[in-house]
Structures are given as structure tokens and as C-alpha cells.
Ligand binder design. Structure first.
Ligand code: SAM
Length: 326
């Protein structure tokens, strides 16, 4: 087992395979997009595969592919196939916006993808369009149907945004009534690519819970899974669950088992840090697997206690979540 300096196990890597996205969600990036990295600055699939294999040997057993939008990068499915046979890696998960995903779901099921987080902030076509700046709701719902048809576990991620999708919270929650879907509501974070932050967060996890309780007074809390970021709630009789992720309030850092790698190969040991190890530079300077392992161990020995401490040691956030992977 791999532990950090605060005795937290590190078992989970979130890998951004690209910084590009086919949506323009206003809370993630400006309408004009962000300055995408030139291709030679992205890690190649071979480089990513090597890093995953090194980390799997060290004790990382769970991998999430994210981005940007993973399916925007050509060659994703053959890459996933190679990942699926890496020794020690027991779970592959994905986060996707669902626009291009449906045709790949059968293959994902064949490769044993364990769950998919589908980002979906509104079930209303006009509001979806307004939030994402693209009219793609039907394609996303098509992906949801395919995932359910192939029995892949689905979690829906909805960012809760004042004045944007509050009227959607009930309709989204109702998806859990008859289907095995975990609908998770996420506090909005400052990673919008523009550096403009609200002075205070209006839809905190407490307020989201209050809103859910107003729909479902009998809401019952479920025990938290180890290392979970979501507090999980059950509406009696519903097949799926409701979750609330205090991503901005950061209530879960004490049990954080996750590390991130950006598409340009920057290691983040906390979502709120600025990148702590340039893996791309190491690899391209010819580092051996032993040297990579030593560099990882050094980074894990200096992990901030929580997201607030990580934030203290950096400039204010200006980056888009699309470069980090969520
Ligand atoms: N393109 C994929 C998708 O849309 O799921 C994966 C990448 S996306 C950056 C990952 C997650 O980050 C999405 O669920 C998205 O809603 C969330 N996200 C992006 N910006 C955010 C922000 N400012 N606050 C909270 N969540 C955010």
C-alpha cells in the first residue's frame, strides 16, 4: 500500500487524457474556449500508459479517465483496451459529458469499465443549451440510455448554479426513482478558466440538502463508502440515490485517496494545488521507471493536509477544470 505524509492511502488516479472539450459549460471555460495545449505538449498514450503502469505497481488500483472530454481525443478506446490489462489496476472508470459516448458504450462494457460519471446539469433542452453553450441534450440522454442498457453503473454529476439550474434539481433527482442512478449535486468551484470567483458560494452543500429535503422530507442518509467525496442520501423506495459533493467547502480531504495527472503530465496531489511534479519533463528527459517511482514517492511525502492548505501555496485559481479533469 502507498501512503502519503498524513497516512492516507493513495489508491486512485484521475487522468485527464486531453484538455479539449466539445462543450463550453460557462462554469468551466469561457465561450471562446481556453488556449488548448499544442499536441506535442500533451502526454502521448504511450507515456500515459507507462505512468499508469508505474503507479499501479506502487499501489494505485483505481483509474478514472477524464479531461477535457475524453472522447474528443482520437484513439481513446484502443488506449482503454491497453489499460484494461495493466497488472494491479483493478478498476477503470470514466467521466464524460456524453455527447460522443453512446457508440462506445458496448465496448466499454466489454472492457469492464466499472462506472461512468455523466455530467448533466439540466434535463431542460433550453437550459442545457444555455449552460453548456451547445444544443446536445438529446445526445447525452442517448448515452444515458445506452449505459443503463449495458448495466454500467451510472452517476450523474450536476453542478448546482445559482440562477441557472435550481429548477432542475427536482427533475434530476427524479431520475433515481425507477433507475439505478446515483444523482450527485456538486458545489460550484472556481475553476472556470477566467479567474472570476463569486465572493461567497450561495449553493453550499447545506443549502443543497435543504432543497432536497423540501422535495423529500423522508430523505435518509446512507453510510459513506470509504474515501467517498459524496454524502449519499436515499429517498425511501427509490432505486437510485442522491448525493451531495462539497467540492468547494472541502469536507472530505481527511480521507482523500486520489491524485490527478493533467493532460500535459503535471501531477496534482490535491485538486487545489498548482501541480507538484512535471512528469512529462521527467519522462522526456529519459527517466527510468525507478526514477519515476522515486519522484512520485517524494511528491506523496509532501502532500498538503487539505485543499485550503494547498491553495495557500499558489496564485489564485485561473485555470479551467478542463485542464484538470474534475
Ligand atoms: N468532459 C467530461 C465531463 O464533462 O464530464 C470530463 C471533464 S469535466 C471537467 C469533469 C467534471 O468537472 C464535470 O462533471 C463538470 O461538471 C465538473 N466541473 C467543471 N468545472 C467545474 C466547476 N467550476 N465547479 C464544479 N464542477 C466543475
Amino acid at each position: 500500500m502507498l501512503f502519503d505524509n498524513h497516512n492516507r492511502p493513495i489508491t486512485y488516479l484521475r487522468l485527464a487524457v486531453t484538455d479539449r472539450c466539445n462543450l463550453r459549460c460557462f462554469y468551466c471555460m469561457p465561450e471562446s474556449g481556453i488556449k488548448y495545449l499544442p499536441k506535442n505538449q500533451l502526454l502521448t498514450y504511450e507515456e500515459m500508459e507507462r505512468v499508469v503502469a508505474v503507479l499501479a505497481r506502487m499501489g494505485v488500483s483505481k483509474l478514472r479517465l477524464t479531461g477535457g472530454e475524453p472522447f474528443v481525443r482520437a484513439g481513446l478506446m484502443p488506449f482503454m483496451e491497453r489499460l484494461s490489462v495493466i497488472p494491479g489496476l483493478s478498476e477503470i472508470h470514466m467521466t464524460t459529458n456524453g455527447v460522443l459516448t453512446a457508440p462506445h458504450v458496448a465496448e466499454m462494457a466489454r472492457l469492464g469499465v466499472k462506472s461512468v460519471n455523466l455530467s448533466l446539469d439540466s434535463l431542460d433542452r433550453a437550459r442545457f443549451h444555455q449552460i453548456t453553450r451547445r444544443d446536445e441534450l438529446p445526445a447525452v440522454l442517448g448515452t444515458l440510455d445506452e449505459l443503463l442498457a449495458h448495466n454500467i453503473r451510472v452517476k450523474i454529476n450536476a453542478v448546482v448554479m445559482d440562477g441557472q439550474n435550481i429548477e432542475d434539481l427536482y427533475a434530476l433527482s427524479e431520475l433515481a426513482r425507477t433507475q439505478p442512478i446515483d444523482v450527485r449535486f456538486i458545489e460550484e468551484m472556481p475553476f472556470n478558466g477566467e479567474g472570476n470567483h463569486y465572493p461567497v458560494l450561495t449553493w453550499t452543500h447545506q443549502r443543497i440538502l435543504q432543497e432536497l429535503r423540501s422535495f423529500y422530507p423522508a430523505l435518509e442518509q446512507r453510510p459513506a463508502a470509504p474515501h467517498a467525496t459524496a454524502a449519499t442520501w436515499q429517498v425511501p423506495g427509490y432505486v437510485g440515490t442522491l448525493g451531495i459533493i462539497a467540492a468547494y467547502t472541502r469536507t472530505f480531504c481527511g480521507s482523500c485517496n486520489r491524485i490527478r495527472m493533467t493532460a500535459q503530465g503535471m501531477l496534482k496531489t490535491c485538486l487545489y494545488d498548482d501541480g507538484v511534479l512535471d512528469i512529462r519533463a521527467l519522462i522526456r528527459s529519459g527517466a527510468s521507471d525507478t526514477e519515476l517511482t522515486a519522484a512520485f514517492l517524494k511528491a506523496f511525502a509532501h502532500r498538503p493536509l487539505n485543499g485550503f492548505e494547498a491553495e495557500k501555496h499558489r496564485q489564485p485559481v485561473t485555470e479551467s477544470m478542463s485542464t484538470i479533469g474534475g
